[in-house]
Ligand binder design. Structure first.
Ligand code: 4AD
Ligand code: MG
Length: 483
């Protein structure tokens, strides 16, 4: 007999079927009822043992955390909570778990804080919360690939080791095989990277965009989906030093096409998860609701997780320009009552308190802000024509989500060689460094646009988890690279 997964048993097996299931014991009550889970679903199967038919020595090994194989027949359940259960005829103990050791871990069946669970990232997969989160993480990833594949995009693998700083923020991890104690030096005392593995200074990538643009300008529409690294010292609930990013890039698209694509993708992901991960979502939604009920009424979320996802799929995102955003903020009571910590000025970047105000108080839905000042956006963004003197803007777009802040950053790209060259001068970037990028503007250049979705931020929104460390299996943050 072949083992079947618990998800399949609960979905399609019938009373009378003889089956084998294998999994880990979640609980063993009254020497009679075993709850086991195999990761295929958040739901356990209940197995019933007639303790007189088994050796006491075997029964003793059925403890929380142990792995077992159970053979038996499906019967109608007498108890509440499940419609079928497994009447066990054979027990195989596959791997034991010492109860004293289990006591010290997240497997001990009681409520643990997410912080405690984070310390045991190697074991937290065994909990209901993280089982649900990581099944959904897979689902979001799969939905993204399906979305782009169905639209005829090509998945492009861009390099992880690179010499260029696409975002120009200089927050990169260096990759080197030089001896840190005794590196070769130039005459002026600086490190001689020509002796290094690649013969030059290289880093872990902060974005695959520039390479994706080269692909898009031949293949038409491509997307990347890979790890991204940022050495920014941000210890927040929304930043990781290693995160995953999805970057579509489309030839002939302008900024409006770009917004349409992003909005469609985000809605698609929410729908996909509601359609395919209903059990996990229900669990996370109820868990969040229970947590909310312990908060003061005015701090509670207005909608449940499932309501928020439904809301996103059914409502248009609000689209405003940066200039309009500044006007709304300056005219708000919040501003007049001096409730913002940071001032609001045309020409400075919005702080997260401003973004949250727009999304959570003013519009109560995802907001797309476009046409930011050129001064604080990356060099590759397309300069808008006909700007007021001293107020040069670029065709940028940021998509802001309630509870998350920036979910997507993107833009139409500067396709005009002369304008792009001037931007490099303005940004103090040497032309030689990006000569390969500039080449695309010489041979049949076209308008094109793309964006970057922070994968973990999307998983946060879809699972309702409030800390980004809880949606990636092994988080990397400043001073933390355990496991
Ligand atoms: O806005 P960013 O920096 O945009 C880019 O990198 C562009 N090259 C994208 C493009 O146009 N192709 O980053 C994109 C998204 C952000 O909106 C955010 O969701 C996420 O990546 N992100 C992070 N997520 C987790 N931890 C961090 N440290 C992040 N930094 C950015
Ligand atoms: Mg950004």
């Amino acid at each position: 007999m072949k083992r079947i997964k618990i998800a399949e048993v609960l979905n399609s097996s019938q009373v009378g079927d003889k089956i084998i299931v294998k999994g880990w014991v979640r609980a063993f009550r009254s020497n009679r009822f075993i709850q086991i889970n195999d990761g295929s679903t958040i739901n356990n199967i209940q197995a019933v043992v007639d303790f007189e038919s088994f050796d006491e020595a075997v029964l003793k090994k059925i403890t929380t955390g142990a792995s077992v194989g159970l053979t038996g027949t499906l019967v109608e359940s007498q108890g509440a909570g499940q419609s079928i259960e497994l009447q066990v005829s054979e027990i195989e103990i596959i791997g034991e778990a010492n109860p004293d050791d289990v006591q010290k871990t997240v497997m001990q069946p009681k409520k643990h804080s997410l912080e405690f669970l984070r310390e045991q990232a190697h074991l937290r997969f065994r909990t209901n919360v993280f089982g649900a989160v990581f099944r959904i993480r897979h689902g979001v990833s799969f939905a993204i690939h399906k979305f782009f594949n169905d639209k005829g995009f090509y998945y492009l693998h861009t390099p992880i080791i690179t010499g260029s700083d696409a975002e120009g923020a200089g927050e990169m991890f260096r990759v080197s095989t030089l001896d840190p104690k005794n590196p070769p030096l130039n005459e002026d005392g600086t490190v001689d990277f020509s002796e290094d593995f690649f013969g030059k200074q290289v880093n872990l990538t902060v974005s695959g965009q520039l390479e994706a643009e080269l692909g898009a300008l031949a293949l038409g529409q491509v997307y990347t989906f890979g790890p991204t690294f940022r050495a920014e010292n941000s210890n927040t609930s929304r930043h990781l030093a290693e995160f995953w990013m999805i970057e579509p890039e489309v030839a002939f698209n302008d900024i409006v096409d770009n917004m349409d694509l992003a909005e469609e993708m985000l809605k698609y992901i929410c729908n996909y998860i509601m359609d395919h991960f209903a059990d996990d979502l229900k669990f996370l939604s109820e868990r969040e609701a229970a947590e909310q009920s312990s908060k003061p009424v005015n701090e509670r979320a207005e909608m449940t997780l499932i309501e928020r996802l439904t809301f996103v799929t059914q409502n248009d995102f609000k689209r405003i320009t940066y200039t309009e955003a500044i006007e709304i903020l300056v005219n708000s009571n919040h501003y007049k009552k001096k409730k913002f910590k940071y001032d609001v000025n045309w020409g400075t970047d919005l702080q997260s308190e401003h973004e949250r105000y727009l999304v959570e108080k003013e519009f109560k839905r995802p907001v797309i802000i476009t046409d930011y000042p050129a001064s604080f956006k990356a060099f590759y963004m397309r300069q808008n024509d006909n700007c007021e003197a001293g107020k040069q803007t670029v065709a940028a777009m940021d998509i802001l989500f309630p509870g998350i802040g920036e979910m997507i950053g993107g833009s139409q790209r500067e396709e005009r060689l002369d304008v792009l060259k001037q931007k490099l001068v303005d940004f103090n970037i040497h032309e030689e460094e990006l000569s390969w990028y500039l080449e695309t503007r010489k041979f049949g250049t076209v308008p094109h646009a793309g964006f970057g979705l922070g994968f973990e931020r999307m998983v946060m929104f879809v699972t309702g988890m409030s800390n980004i460390r809880d949606v990636i299996p092994f988080p990397r943050t400043p001073k933390n690279a355990e496991f």
